[in-house]
Design a protein around this ligand. Structure first.
Ligand code: GLC
Length: 756
């Protein structure tokens, strides 16, 4: 068997150009004479969508397990469980002969209107990164590849193939890249999929800074970069920018353009070889895992149920749940009979089987009488008679279960949501049923937050069941009857109103651009900064038991940034039934040179506790847990100072806290320039040192002139503030007569002393 380098040596220019573009919708180009096989890629991310006819046009796919979608996965906060799901996905890929599954999707949820929020994990980059890394580790542990997507800044569906995401460097680095960075560094995905959109005016598929400088050089990514399907506009330009594999194929003209570009010298052959090498290493790695055989669809269905019940979030409960022996149960809503378990678009799976929520209820409570009413139509038309029938059903029951799913038209790849509301019919239905039945429980099937303020007061309980996957019907029954204790926690804030959301003013953009004007402040970062009330906060979720937190302690009260910190806290299950708690650790920087969100999630752990049991949870913080990206230094920096460690059961339910002192070991260069102000010179360590003698020399005459009739000869504060914001060179012009040289020469000389 040849090495990759030998293969590249032996390949013709035509063969090298060909392997960099797909040969079909889902496969790369083989080179039989050199024993180079094709690579088969297929969608995910929460199930395998291997098309039967490989048309590439969302045609029918082979049966596979439809697991819960990412918004449900993230609500488990369970990295081990997501890894287990990844392993099951890999087994299905092996069985259906797929080498790379196109997932996970890890774009930030900038707005709950995002049409693909069901496919993405969170509004928080740390949580999304940990979920993505565990997904990747699970799949790849079985010799199947993943495709971390969509890199980067693809946070809406509106004009997704052409729009330019306009985002400042700090926001990009602290919010929109970290989930990818964590996943690349901890998961080492075989492939990264570049997004359709432009990033600050340059298509991601042609963005050298994104694909080479950041992804490959800075983060050390060694796999291949594949385009989103149809995201390449100029194959030569994308190769020059580090985009290794164009999909889909075939694209004969694109291959020819590459051959011509190398032949004419426009494209260095070494750049083509770099892409070919990356592709070959993945192709050969994939070939090491034999494909074929069966997968255990029953076991995977059971796993899908376990994941769904761990990710569903109990948002309200007046005690009606878990159900206890009620004999007459009204079951209302089409989603009780037709499970709404996934979204539209490329992630749409052909499930091996689907649990009927209604049947799963009866299976767990065979001696109860269940009466069904449709409640609302499949679309968002209005039908009073459906409400009247449901009200009659609910009135005569002991409890009413309302299964509410957004219509297919409301959540999908390809378009964003028009609003955060349930349909008018559904809202009327909840209020009408709740008015006659105090024990009304609402179960939601949606991929992203909905506004509940119009109806939640008429409910006794609310369970967010998400896009729950094919086994979700059973998972709902497990939670309603208490077979499983709810433990899910929100990974995306539920706002009170759409107008309260961070992106409201700038979404979805106009004239080909969308400006991320809210900067760092998305999700809970925004609501904290605005001190805005929300319906349900990030990290929130109820249980049937209670947990207490105690004995928070740290490895050091004062520590160096490079040494990090270990935090321990004791968690007790003070209730009467076993359950899992997600312990969340947020960090608050008391003082920073640049603005920072009030707090940021930097660690979490999920712990299972029997009734009465206590366990110690240990979490580690490192340099990046305290650092922020400084656009002036173009790097992550730590600053000396006090940080509050906030440990809690949600982002607004902080149970214990501790202040620690960080000592930065960084030696940062000066940022002083010819334009720097007096304030900049006096606050820069190097600058102040070299500038003080001169400052004292020329300040004296200035003081007399500016102090006016102040008896202490002090310069009045408002005048001093005015001077502080002046460029030093301009200020020196005021003292020109007393200076040893021109202001420009003096400042240049100072800069020479600072920079050596
Ligand atoms: C789609 C999606 C991407 C998917 C790919 C292949 O347009 O953006 O997530 O993996 O094309 O279907």
């Amino acid at each position: 068997m040849f090495t990759v380098e030998e293969m590249i040596e032996k390949m013709t220019l035509e063969e090298k150009a060909a392997i960099c573009t797909g040969t079909s919708a889902w496969t790369t180009t083989p080179v039989e004479r050199l024993g180079i096989p094709e690579l088969m890629l297929a969608d995910g991310p929460h199930g395998l969508r291997r098309e039967i006819n490989s048309s590439g046009l969302l045609s029918e796919s082979m049966p596979a397990t439809c697991f819960p979608t990412a918004s449900c996965l993230a609500s488990t906060w369970d990295v081990n469980l997501i890894r287990e799901m990844g392993q099951a996905l890999a087994q299905e890929c092996i069985s259906l002969k797929v080498d790379v599954i196109l997932g996970p999707g890890t774009n930030m949820k900038r707005t709950p209107l995002g049409g693909r929020n069901f496919e993405y994990f969170s509004e928080d980059p740390y949580l999304a990164g940990q979920m993505s890394a565990s997904f990747i580790n699970g799949v790849q542990s079985k010799g199947v590849g993943t495709s971390l997507k969509h890199f980067a800044g693809n946070n809406q569906e509106t004009q997704r193939m052409t729009i330019s995401t306009e985002v400042d460097e700090r926001t990009l680095r602290e919010i929109y890249l970290p989930a990818f960075e964590i996943a690349v560094k901890q998961g080492k995905p075989w492939t990264v999929m570049c997004a359709y959109n432009k990033l600050n005016g340059i298509y991601c598929s042609e963005n050298h800074r994104l694909l080479v400088d950041i992804l490959k050089d800075e983060w050390g990514f060694e796999g291949l970069v594949v385009s989103d399907w149809g995201a390449v506009h100029d194959r030569v330009a994308s190769l020059l920018a580090g985009l290794d594999l164009e999909m889909p194929g075939p694209r004969g003209l694109r291959v020819k353009a590459v051959v011509d570009a190398v032949s004419s010298g426009i494209l260095e052959e070494s750049i083509l070889d770099e892409a070919v090498g990356r592709i070959l290493r993945i192709v050969l790695k994939a070939a090491e895992s034999p494909k074929g055989g069966e997968f255990d669809n029953k076991a995977h269905h059971a796993l899908a149920r376990r994941i769904a019940s761990a990710g569903m979030v109990l948002l309200k409960n007046n005690g009606i749940l878990p159900l206890k022996g009620q004999k007459k149960i009204a079951v209302i809503g089409r989603a009780a009979k037709e499970a709404h378990f996934q979204g539209g678009g490329s992630s749409h799976i052909n499930p091996t089987q689907v649990d009927s929520p209604f049947d799963e209820l009866r299976a767990l409570a065979s001696d109860s009488e269940f009466s069904y009413s449709e409640g609302y139509p499949a679309d968002d038309s209005f039908h009073e008679e459906l409400i009247n029938e449901a009200v009659a059903n609910a009135r005569s029951a002991e409890v009413a279960l309302l299964y509410l799913a957004l219509p297919e038209s409301k959540e999908s790849e390809g378009y964003d949501r028009p609003d955060l509301d349930l349909t008018h019919q559904q809202i009327e239905l909840i209020n009408a049923v709740g008015a006659v039945q105090p024990n009304t429980v609402v179960i939601l099937n949606n991929g992203a937050p909905v506004v509940v303020a119009d109806w939640i007061n008429n409910t006794a309980a609310l369970l967010e069941a998400w896009m729950m996957g094919q086994a979700g019907g059973g998972a709902i029954a497990d939670l309603l009857f208490g077979k499983v204790n709810p433990s899910g926690k929100l990974a995306e804030t539920f706002p009170l109103r759409l107008v309260d959301t961070p992106a409201t003013i700038n979404f979805p953009g106009e004239n080909g651009e969308v400006r991320y004007g809210e900067g760092l402040f998305i999700g809970y970062r925004y609501y904290d900064a605005k001190q805005l009330q929300v319906q349900f906060p990030f990290g929130y979720g109820l249980s049937y038991t209670n947990f207490t937190y105690s004995n928070l302690r740290v490895s050091n009260d004062k520590f160096r940034d490079v040494d990090g910190l270990t935090i321990k806290v004791d968690i007790s299950n003070s209730g009467s039934i076993a359950g899992s708690e997600v312990v969340q650790l947020y960090v608050h920087d008391q003082k920073s040179e640049l603005v920072r969100p009030y707090k940021e999630l930097k660690a979490f752990d999920r712990v299972f506790l029997a009734a009465g049991e206590t366990k110690t949870v240990s979490m580690k913080l490192d340099f990046r847990s305290f650092a922020y990206f400084h656009p002036g230094y173009k790097r992550w920096i730590s600053e000396d100072g006090q940080f509050d460690l906030l440990v809690g059961s949600s982002s607004t339910d902080i149970r214990c806290r501790k202040t620690v002192s960080l000592v930065s070991t960084l030696v940062l260069p000066s940022l002083l320039t010819r334009e720097s102000t007096l304030r900049a010179w006096l606050s820069d360590a190097h600058g102040k040192e070299v500038f003080t003698p001169l400052f004292n020399q020329f300040l004296a005459p200035m003081q007399k002139m500016l102090a006016g009739d102040d008896e202490n000869g002090e310069i009045p504060p408002d005048t001093l503030n005015y001077l502080m914001e002046m460029q030093l060179v301009d200020l020196l012009h005021f003292a020109e007569g007393t200076l040893p040289g021109s202001p420009e020469d003096i400042v240049n000389n100072l800069l020479t002393q600072v920079y050596g």
